[in-house]
Design a protein around this ligand. Structure first.
Ligand SMILES: [Zn+2]
Length: 328
């Protein structure tokens, strides 16, 4: 049997000891080349786009530049997802490497122990890395003529704890006894290609999203759930009844199930609670990890870093812990 990719040498191109051995200048150059790839690492002012900036390093050595055109100061992380963080660049590299190496996900608490920073910092940082990963699937369309795409849904969140005493327990299958927080993650996954996740209240609400994100001419595989019946009008469909088999007559949704297995394990084993407002971010993280599972860890780190440095300030998390709750 062929060796599993993760066991091979090609999978392991960046290690924590290697990051530890890197000189400060080397780390700085690495980040500059990722941030300003078009100018091969020469600083570009995020304010006016000016190319003429000079080094005005802080006394403690933190890299800083000043634009000759608009006189503004900026750093390597100014105007990116990492703006407002005051961590040294080496810590970012550690954080991204540790985050990338965990195939199912990294808990923010464990990351804070690894980096020696607060839980709050790591919670926000981990979510920003998810935001960076999500950038890659923005507007992504999968499939095409002769290609196969699998579609499936999985329910997350809305857990209602059973009461202690038997006589107090309610039937949790009735919607009146649920808390309304249950959501469905729908995954569209191309065989041998990329995936796109989304979150809905019910599976049937996903039809127009699927039609928008799957190219014409694609063969779509789905299970027997009635929610996918509407897709027949647009695509050639293959359905599989899971009560009878997981794969029969060339129809299966095993690639989609693999994604759910990863996300479910992240929920149960790593984060314990991934429901609510950020469910989509966790789904996007799992999807990115599936798509890049055969990419070496060094390349994964470069990819995440470049997505984070190319994306502007965080939509979800800029000043997250500093937010004032309005008094009412
Ligand atoms: Zn400028």
């Amino acid at each position: 049997m062929a060796q599993h990719f993760l066991l091979s040498r090609e999978a392991k191109t960046l290690s924590l000891p290697a990051i530890l051995k890197m000189a400060d200048a080397e780390i700085e150059t690495t980040f500059r080349k990722v941030r300003w790839s078009a100018t091969d690492g020469a600083p570009v002012c995020p304010c006016c786009g000016g190319l003429d900036a000079y080094d005005c390093r802080r006394p403690q050595g933190a890299p800083r530049f000043r634009c000759r055109a608009c006189r503004k100061d900026f750093s390597i992380t100014s105007g990116t997802l990492f703006a407002w963080h005051k961590m040294p660049l080496r810590s970012y590299l550690f954080a991204i490497a540790i985050f990338a190496n965990e195939v199912k996900g990294k808990s923010a608490l464990a990351l804070s122990r690894d980096l020696g920073t607060s839980y709050k910092t790591c919670f926000v940082l981990a979510h920003k890395l998810r935001e960076a990963m999500a950038e890659e699937m923005k507007g992504r369309v999968v499939g095409g003529e002769g290609k196969i795409v699998e579609v499936d849904g999985g329910y997350f969140g809305g857990y209602v704890k059973p009461a202690n005493r038997k006589e107090d327990r309610i039937d949790r299958r009735f919607s009146v006894n649920q808390n309304g927080k249950r959501k469905v993650v729908v995954i569209i996954r191309e065989r041998g290609g990329n995936s796109v996740p989304a979150v809905f209240n019910t599976e049937s609400a996903a039809a127009s999203f699927i039609k928008a994100r799957v190219a014409k001419g694609t063969t779509v595989h789905a299970d027997e759930a009635g929610s996918w019946d509407g897709l027949h009008e647009r695509f050639e469909m293959k359905r599989i009844n899971h009560l009878e088999a997981y794969s029969a007559d060339g129809a299966c949704t095993n690639q989609a199930e693999l994604f759910f297995s990863r996300l479910r394990r992240a929920e149960v084993g790593i984060h314990h609670h991934i429901a609510g407002a950020y469910l989509l971010r966790y789904a996007q993280e799992s999807s990115w990890r599936e798509d890049n599972r055969r990419v070496s860890n060094g390349d994964q780190v470069t990819r995440i870093a470049s997505l984070a440095l190319k994306r502007g300030k965080s939509v979800d998390f800029t000043g997250y812990w500093q937010r004032h709750i309005p008094a009412n």
